[in-house]
Design a binder for this molecule. Structure first.
Ligand code: MTE
Length: 303
C-alpha cells in the first residue's frame, strides 16, 4: 500500500497572530456548540494549533548551526555566502547498482519536489517549524539502486577550506559526516531538502541540498551533501565521534532521555516572541509513525 504522508502543519496557519487568536475563539465557540470536545480536548486542540505556526524565513536563515562557518548562531548567515554551490556533484557509491558522480540536477530529475512543514528540534533544546521543499530520500535511493547487502546510508558534507573558517580553525573534525539505518533512510518522512518556503536553500541552511530527518535531533540533518554511500555497517557520525557519551548514533528526539548536561523534556521555540514559553518536547518530535522502526529497542541504550 502506498504511504500517504499527511501534512499536519500547514502554511495557512502561519497567519498573523490576530487571525490566529480569532481561530482559537472560533474553535472554542464551536466546541461550546456541542462538537463534543471536553475541556481537556479543547486545551489539546489549542496546544496543537499553537504548534502550527511556521517560523519566518528570516528566523530560519538567521539562527543556524553550521560549524564549517563558525560555532556562533549568527556565523553561518555571516560567512556561508562564499560557499560554492554550483555546479554541485554528489558522489554515490558503495552498495548501489548505479554508482557515480551525479550532477545534482540529474540526480533529482523527474522526482517530485514536495512541501513538508516539519517540526525541527535541535539537541540544544531549541526548535522551529520549517516549511521545507524537497524529495523523499527513498526516491533518490530507488534511482541509484540499493543492493541487497546494504544496511545503512552514510552522508558527507562538502569541505571548502578557503571559505570555511570553521574548517580553517578545525573546530571539529571535517568533513561533517552522518548516517542512518537503511529503513530510516527509506522512511517517507526522510527528505533531501532543496528549499525553504519555495525559495532555494540558503547557503547557511545547507545549500544546495541537505538531509532532513524530522524525528531526530537536528544534527542528524546534515547540510550541503556531496556524498551518499550505501554500506553494510553503521557509518560514523560527527557528533557521535566527537562525544559518544552525549550524542548517540540514533539521536531520536526523546523527552524521557536527557542529555547528560541538560533536560530534553522541553524546548524553546525560536521566534516565539510575545507567546514565548518553553513547550513540551514530543516523543519522536511528534512523528509517532516512526515508532515501529524501533520496536523492541531500548531507546535509553540506543540514544
Ligand atoms: N551539517 C553540517 N555539515 N555542519 C553542521 O555544523 N549542524 C547540525 C545540522 N547539520 C551541522 C549540520 C545541527 S547541530 C543542526 S541543529 C542543524 O544542522 C541546523 O540546521 P539549520 O541551521 O538549517 O537550522
Amino acid at each position: 500500500m502506498a504511504y500517504r504522508w499527511k501534512n499536519d502543519l500547514t502554511l495557512g496557519d502561519a497567519t498573523p497572530r490576530g487571525v490566529f487568536l480569532n481561530r482559537r475563539q472560533i474553535m472554542a465557540g464551536s466546541a461550546g456548540l456541542g462538537l463534543g470536545l471536553g475541556l481537556a480536548g479543547l486545551a489539546g486542540l489549542a496546544q496543537a494549533q499553537e504548534a502550527l505556526e511556521a517560523n519566518t524565513l528570516d528566523e530560519i536563515r538567521a539562527y543556524n548551526n553550521f560549524y564549517e562557518f563558525g560555532t556562533g548562531k549568527e556565523d553561518p548567515a555571516r560567512n556561508a555566502g562564499a560557499m560554492v554551490t554550483s555546479p554541485w556533484t554528489i558522489k554515490v557509491d558503495g552498495l548501489v547498482d548505479n554508482p557515480g558522480d551525479y550532477a545534482l540536477a540529474d540526480l533529482l530529475d523527474g522526482l517530485t519536489v514536495e512541501e513538508r512543514i516539519y517540526r525541527f528540534r535541535c539537541v540544544e533544546a531549541w526548535s522551529m517549524v520549517i516549511p521545507w521543499n524537497g524529495v523523499e530520500l527513498a526516491d533518490i535511493l530507488a534511482r541509484v539502486g540499493v543492493q541487497a547487502g546494504a544496511t545503512h546510508v552514510a552522508f558527507e558534507t562538502t569541505v571548502q577550506p578557503d571559505v570555511m573558517i570553521g574548517v580553517q580553525r578545525g573546530v571539529i573534525p571535517f568533513p561533517y559526516v552522518e548516517g542512518l539505518r537503511l529503513d530510516e533512510a527509506m522512511h517517507p518522512l526522510t527528505i533531501m531538502a532543496t528549499g525553504i518556503y519555495g525559495e532555494p536553500m540558503a547557503n547557511q541552511n545547507g545549500a544546495p541540498i541537505r538531509l532532513v530527518v524530522p524525528w531526530k535531533y537536528g544534527f542528524k540533518s546534515i547540510k550541503s551533501v556531496v556524498r551518499i554511500t550505501l554500506t553494510d555497517s553503521e557509518p560514523p557520525a560527527s557528533w557521535n565521534i566527537i562525544n559518544a557519551r552525549e550524542y548517540g548514533f540514533y539521536s531520536n528526539v526523546n523527552p524521557t532521555v536527557d542529555h547528560p548536561r541538560w533536560s530534553q523534556a522541553s524546548e524553546r521555540r525560536i521566534g516565539g516572541g510575545l507567546f514565548a514559553s518553553r513547550q513540551d518536547t514530543l516523543m519522536f518530535n511528534g512523528y509517532d509513525e516512526v515508532a515501529p522502526l524501533y520496536e523492541g529497542m531500548d531507546l535509553r541504550a540506543f540514544y
